[in-house]
Design a protein around this ligand. Sequence first.
Ligand SMILES: C[S@@+](CC[C@H](N)C(=O)[O-])C[C@H]1O[C@@H](n2cnc3c(N)ncnc32)[C@H](O)[C@@H]1O
Length: 241
Amino acid sequence: MKIVKPDQSSEASKKQQVEAMFDSIAEKYDFLNRFLSMGIDKGWRKKAINELKASEPKYILDVATGTGDLALEAIRLNPDKIVGLDLSEQMLVKGREKITAANLGSKIEMVKGDSENLPFDNDSFDAVTVAFGVRNFENLDAGLKEINRVMKTSAKLVVLEFSKPKVFPYKQLYNFYFTYILPVWGNLLSKSSNAYTYLPESVKHFPEGEEFASHLRLCGFKNIIAKPLTLGTCTLYVAEK
Ligand SMILES: C[S@@+](CC[C@H](N)C(=O)[O-])C[C@H]1O[C@@H](n2cnc3c(N)ncnc32)[C@H](O)[C@@H]1O
C-alpha cells in the first residue's frame, strides 16, 4: 500500500503533516465538508450511527473525531459517554465549541491523541466509530489493531471512508469533480496549498471493499460487512471484535 502524504516532497512523517494540515484547515473544515459534499456527508454519518442502534453501546470512542460531527450524531444512541479522539488540537477546539453550544459537555469528551497509541485500557469501549480517518493513519494496521485492543469482545466498529465509484457515467462525472473541481475550490477556500489535492490522491491509493476488509480481519475483526453508499462514493464498514 502506497503511503500518501499531504506533501510527498517533505521529509516530515505523514502523521506530522496530517496534524499540521488539519490544524491549518480546522476553521473552514465544517463549511467545506457541507459545501464540497453538497450536504451528502450528513446522511452518511446518520447511516453509520444507525448501525449501532441495536447494540445500545454505553461507552463509545470516536477515533479521528475532528470537529466531532460523528460524536454529536452518536448522542442519538443515548450512551453514558462518548470520547472523541484526534491528533489535531485545532479540530478538537472547533469540536469543543459545538459540544458546548449543544450543552453536551457532560456526555462528550474531546481528547488529543493518536489512533496508533490510544490512551485507554484494553476492552474499554462498547463501540468505536471512525469517519474519514483511517485513510489518514500513518500505519493503517497499527491503528486498526489499537482500536481492536480498546474494544470489548463483540463490540462493533463502524468505519466510513471514501471509495471509488465504478458505475458509468457517475464514475466519470465524479472523477472529473474529484480531480479538477474539488481540489481547486477546496484549496482556495481553505487557504491550504495541498489539503484538497491530498484528498483525491489519498483516496486513489487507499484500500477499499474486500481489500480494506482483509486489513480489518488481519487486525482481529470478524463478521465484516462493506456497504457502498451513494454509488460507491463512500463505503460504510461494520465489523465486530
Ligand atoms: C477528514 S477528518 C475527519 C473528521 C471527522 N471524523 C469527520 O467525519 O468530519 C480526519 C481526521 O483524522 C485525524 N487523524 C488523522 N490521523 C490520526 C491519528 N493517527 N490519530 C488520531 N486522529 C487522526 C485528523 O487530525 C483529522 O481531524
